[in-house]
Design a protein around this ligand. Structure first.
Ligand SMILES: [Zn+2]
Length: 128
């Protein structure tokens, strides 16, 4: 399985819809570190929608580890996690407030809406 960056997967679409419904504008996959799924450079926020398997959502049932070629997978996952941490650090250094959403958190739309609402309240942009 190649690490293909798919645009417009169901979790991403759910997040876009929710963010739009909260009245926020954004760009999709802008030229920022790690290419956040959604970001607004003026409001200084970025959102990643991470697949639980690839990005290792801790304690999630989707975060399985293939038993074949185990070391290959462990190395790959470690590299993904290191990259995620690096990218988030870099964005924060540039003054962005970063939200990382897991794909499993996008299934329940009402819950997703609440998480996003809290996020936008936190960055003080909820009235825009
Ligand atoms: Zn998960």
């Amino acid at each position: 399985m190649a690490r293909v960056r798919q645009k417009g997967t169901a979790p991403e679409l759910a997040v876009r819809l929710a963010v739009t419904s909260l009245g926020h504008r954004y760009r999709i996959g802008p030229r920022l570190p790690g290419r956040p799924d959604l970001a607004n450079q003026t409001e200084r926020w970025a959102i990643f929608v991470h697949g639980c398997f690839w990005h290792r959502h801790s304690g999630c049932r989707r975060t399985t580890t293939p038993t074949r070629n185990r070391q290959f997978w462990l190395d790959k996952f470690a590299a993904n996690q290191a990259r995620d941490a690096r990218v988030i650090r870099e964005l924060r250094r540039r003054g962005f407030v970063v939200l990382r959403l897991w794909e499993c958190e996008t299934v329940d739309r009402a819950k997703l809406q609440r998480v996003l609402l809290r996020f936008f309240e936190r960055i003080g942009q909820s009235s825009s």
